[in-house]
Design a protein around this ligand. Structure first.
Ligand code: DC
Length: 227
């Protein structure tokens, strides 16, 4: 059976990663969370106080960053490592979320990340989620999905995800973070978030996880058969 590349793009918190993970597990493909890479770079920039308008400092910082995904035997998922340190948990918090879109908008950061993402797709058989995967990283991907969900549904989902770890978090904080990121991600100069002209739209506002998976897998099977 021929392997293909599947891309999932869309706004923050519409369930892209959940769907991408499930699709990869069903197809026996590799799942890659490209957002984790931008988050890990952001964590490095925060820790080292990198001034985002200082291009030399940004380049220098990137030259000191090594990113890798390492399988976590307990969860069965790949954790994000920054210079050999597992940062999976830390990159999900609000401190990183509040800065990541500004960092991801920088051209050197995009060039650095996209080159690594393209290498990961060389053997095909991957499901990658992000913002520019179907437009800039793999414009020739066999299946591109643009995932959407209503703003209320997205805030609720992110709240449920974060409240266990941070009981003081509020829905208003999450809503303003999502609105800010959506705005920066879709209006930035370098590879802004937009639907690829040949992407299939999946609005999961009123779909269960199983229903959206079934629909996406039916598209994948069709594309794999005709690859
Ligand atoms: O998917 P996520 O919320 O973990 O992504 C974090 C941020 O990284 C998001 O606000 C925008 C940026 N990002 C990007 O610019 N391009 C990608 N391919 C993936 C994420």
């Amino acid at each position: 059976m021929k392997k293909i590349i599947i891309t999932l793009d869309g706004y923050s918190s519409c369930g892209k990663s959940t769907l991408a993970k499930q699709m990869a597990a069903h197809l026996n493909y590799v799942f890659i969370d490209s957002g984790a890479m931008y988050r890990a770079i952001t964590l490095y920039f925060i820790r080292h106080g990198i001034d985002l308008v200082n291009v030399t400092a940004v380049h220098e910082a990137l030259s000191r960053i090594q990113l890798s995904f390492v399988l976590n035997e307990k969860t069965g998922r790949a954790d994000m490592y920054l210079n050999n340190e597992n940062v999976e948990e830390e990159i999900r918090g609000l401190a990183v979320s509040n800065q990541v879109s500004q960092v991801a908008a920088l051209e050197p950061v995009r060039i650095f990340s996209v080159a690594q993402q393209q290498l990961m797709g060389e053997q095909k058989g991957i499901v990658m989620d992000g913002r520019d995967i179907g437009t800039a990283v793999f414009p020739e991907a066999e299946l591109k999905i643009f995932v959407t969900a209503s703003p209320e549904v997205r805030v609720e989902r992110r709240y449920q995800e974060l409240v266990a770890k941070d009981p003081a978090i509020t829905k208003a904080e999450i809503q303003s973070n999502l609105e800010m990121r959506d705005h920066i991600d879709s209006t930035r100069e370098f590879s802004p978030l937009k639907k690829a002209h040949d992407a299939l739209v999946l609005d999961n506002s009123s779909l269960t996880r199983d229903e959206q998976l079934e629909l996406a897998l039916s598209w994948a099977k069709e594309r794999i058969e005709s690859a």
